[in-house]
Design a protein around this ligand. Structure first.
Ligand code: DOR
Ligand code: ZN
Length: 381
């Protein structure tokens, strides 16, 4: 089916323009004014914004083993509802995704019922124990992302070796730094010494940002992310790792975005049952409202939609080695349609994620994802 998105405000990292978008054979065939709509399904985008769909480098989909919290289908449905067409799922499943069998189980299940695209991340060490590496050559056949997220890799020698391996075997390490500042300090020193491909997950403190800035200014190559919830909220003791920072920390995160020190916004979507939350499980179910949290903050702080597109689509596409997430003729039609004039209250009754765990129930947020298109097909409306 050919679609024509009419009268859209088209926004990506590089540009903002008005026009029509013709989608054919899964691709953006033409961007122009007044494209003939004969034999095409019209999507009226008057007053709406079209952007590249979002790419999430950090989610927890809980399958296998904890499907009472989330499963691949519910998680991927939540993703497309949030405007994401690609997610990278962490390895802290049960059993841990540290072996070929578990990896194949996840990928097969995803293949059967997949709704968005999935990169399954491999654990870096067996059982996330931080002691013994997984069979990297074997897991590398399935993925270029390795992470023990959820726990820290405490042993300096192990982490140093991991960085060397990441360079040798061409993969990226996504680190959960806890304690945050100390671990980031160690990791960056090690990257300075031995190189490697490092991505620092969910930074939350001003001190972390200062360190990251210091090393980036020196020319060290690595990347980092912040979550929508750490941009949106501060001084809240709702259980999440890392915890919410102070107002100073949160304002630093916004400065980090503005100054280009923070590369990516990634959700760390971490669904839990109510019972597990009551027993202290850390995490927020956030992927469905991620855009609205970020947009609400950006609107208030005067940060552009181009910047939002850079942090939620373009930079993830670059870091993951995909075709650049931009709206250009010939690109895959991975798009999101947004109503910026809509505001609503966060209502977990509307979540399609099994995880209703959020500190933001009832909060008023701006902007809403109204349609998600993946490879030219409507995957959410
Ligand atoms: O809050 C968190 N929850 N942070 C993490 O790093 C892990 C995640 C989870 O798996 O629940
Ligand atoms: Zn983490």
């Amino acid at each position: 089916m050919d679609y024509i998105i009419k009268n859209a405000k088209i926004v990506d990292k590089r540009k903002t323009l008005m026009g029509d978008l013709w989608i054919s054979d899964g691709k953006i065939k033409k961007i122009s004014n007044n494209i003939d709509s004969v034999d095409k399904e019209i999507i009226d985008a008057e007053g709406k914004v079209v952007m590249p769909s979002f790419i999430d480098m950090h989610v927890h989909l809980r399958e296998p083993g904890q499907t009472e919290k989330e499963d691949l289908v519910s998680g991927e449905n939540a993703a497309v509802k949030g405007g994401f067409t690609h997610v990278c799922a962490m390895a802290n499943t049960k059993p841990t995704c540290d072996n070929k069998e578990t990896m194949e189980y996840i990928l097969d299940k995803h293949k059967e019922n997949g709704i968005c695209d999935l990169t399954q991340i491999s654990a870096l060490t067996k059982g996330l124990q931080g002691e013994e590496f997984v069979n990297i050559d074997e897991m590398r056949k399935f993925t270029n992302l390795f992470s023990d997220d959820g726990v820290n890799v405490d042993d300096d020698e192990i982490f140093k070796e991991a960085l060397k391996l990441s360079k040798e075997k061409d993969f990226k390490i996504l680190t959960h730094c806890e304690p945050e500042v100390e671990t980031i300090k160690r990791d960056l020193k090690l990257v300075e010494d031995v190189g490697g491909n490092l991505h620092i997950c969910h930074i939350s403190l001003k001190e972390s940002l200062d360190l990251i800035k210091e090393y980036k200014d020196k020319g060290l190559k690595f990347s980092c992310e912040v979550t929508p919830h750490h941009l949106f909220e501060w001084d809240n003791d709702y259980r999440v790792n890392p915890p919410f920072g102070s107002k100073t920390d949160r304002d630093a995160m916004i400065e980090g975005i503005k100054e280009g020190i923070i590369d990516v916004i990634a959700t760390d979507h971490a669904p839990h049952t109510q019972e597990d939350k009551e027993n202290g499980a850390p995490g927020i179910s956030g992927i469905e409202e991620a855009f609205s949290y970020v947009y609400t903050v950006f609107k208030q702080k005067g940060i552009s939609l181009n910047c939002l597109s850079e942090k939620m689509s373009y930079m993830p596409s670059k870091l993951l080695g995909f075709s650049e997430a931009l709206i250009e003729e010939g690109k895959d039609a991975n798009l999101v349609l947004i109503d910026l004039n809509e505001y609503h209250k966060v209502n977990t009754n509307n979540f399609v994620s099994k995880g209703k765990n959020t500190p933001f129930e009832g909060k008023k947020v701006y902007g809403k994802v109204i349609m998600t298109i993946k490879n030219g097909e409507l995957v959410y409306k």
